[in-house]
Write a protein that binds this ligand. Structure first.
Ligand code: TMP
Length: 206
């Protein structure tokens, strides 16, 4: 079972991934919590470089690096965990590439499709939780917590394209996406997500 968390900067998905991981572990499930970009020793080292401020990175270069990291992550972490019947909670996955590199950087979908199918080996999330929040609010939250990295530091219109892309992805695949209002308080959001995940697990007989 692969559950992914997506949303724009400052939407609170990392907090929610952690709360859900703790909850599922308490219920006795074997949970792997991971993230992209990163998730492996190689990926985490590359993440630092990828997000480092004040560097010029060509959109296609950025896409290739992210895909290379995903290939490693799928092979080393996600596939083995899924084969062992574990629940994988991943903070960002393929949808982020369509939103950020596709709509944000304006790379065509066909190119992303080709590379993504290759590196994911066709793995798709069983459930994707999309935390939706207005761009200005998300960026304000983000700016208040620490320094903005290279991608976070993109202009407002970039982040607006990312948010719109996520909305479109969710509309196109309503069965997989669970869209929640990230304006809600942390606990209220967690309760909504928990209920949805428990139903999903039940529907898979897990
Ligand atoms: P984070 O906000 O979840 O820590 O992710 C770091 C950044 O990585 C975030 O600005 C979005 C970006 N990203 C992409 O641009 N494309 C991708 O495919 C992924 C997984 C992340």
């Amino acid at each position: 079972m692969l559950i992914t968390f997506e949303g724009i900067e400052g939407c609170g998905k990392t907090t929610q991934t952690g709360l859900l991981a703790d909850h599922l572990a308490r219920r006795g499930y074997s949970v792997v919590r991971t993230r992209e970009p990163g998730g492996t020793p190689f990926g985490e080292a590359m993440r630092e470089l990828l997000l480092k401020k004040d560097m010029d990175v060509d959109p296609l270069c950025e896409l290739m690096i992210i895909m290379a990291m995903r290939a490693q992550h799928v092979d080393e972490v996600i596939l083995p965990a899924l084969r062992d019947g574990r629940i994988v909670l991943c903070d960002r996955f393929s949808d982020a590439t369509y939103a950020y590199q596709g709509s944000g950087r304006k790379i065509d979908t066909a190119t992303i499709d080709t590379l993504n199918t290759m590196v994911t080996k066709g793995i798709r999330p069983n459930l994707t939780v999309l935390l939706d929040i207005p761009v200005e609010k998300g960026l304000r939250r983000r700016a208040a917590s620490s320094d903005m990295d290279r991608i976070e530091g993109e202009d407002l219109s970039f982040h607006q394209r990312v948010r719109a892309a996520y909305e479109k992805l969710a509309k196109e695949d309503p069965k997989r996406f669970f869209v929640v209002d990230a304006n809600l308080k942390i606990e209220a959001l967690h309760n909504l997500i928990r209920a949805k995940v428990e139903n999903t697990l039940k529907s898979y007989g897990i």
